[in-house]
Write a new protein. Structure first.
Length: 101
């Protein structure tokens, strides 16, 4: 969303980033993003049986769950791989850079 808002004349990327960080800060961290993906996977798999393509429900849910589990596995087993990840700081002042996510 940040790449799109930077191209619109009415939207400032810094304002969008600050608003997203305030409301959806859990998505800026690895554990929060992984938990969200697993949550979405259960929502997708739990769709009613009136879905026209049944295997697509399980395939999509499995991909979401697999990605979330892989992110958690890498975070806890190989923290040096994800240790260099830094959340975007566009729009944050010098004092806000280390605000909790």
């Amino acid at each position: 969303l940040l790449w799109w808002s930077g191209r619109l004349p009415c939207c400032d990327g810094a304002k969008v980033n600050r608003n997203l960080r305030t409301n959806f800060g859990f998505m800026y961290g690895v554990k929060g993003r992984a938990a969200y993906l697993i949550f979405v996977a259960f929502l997708v798999i739990g769709l009613k049986n009136d879905v026209s393509v049944q295997f697509l429900r399980y395939l999509t849910g499995g991909c979401f769950a697999g990605t979330g589990v892989m992110m958690l596995f890498l975070h806890f087993s190989k923290p040096e791989l994800l240790g260099t990840y830094k959340a975007p700081t566009t729009g944050l002042g010098e004092d806000d850079v280390n605000m909790p996510v």
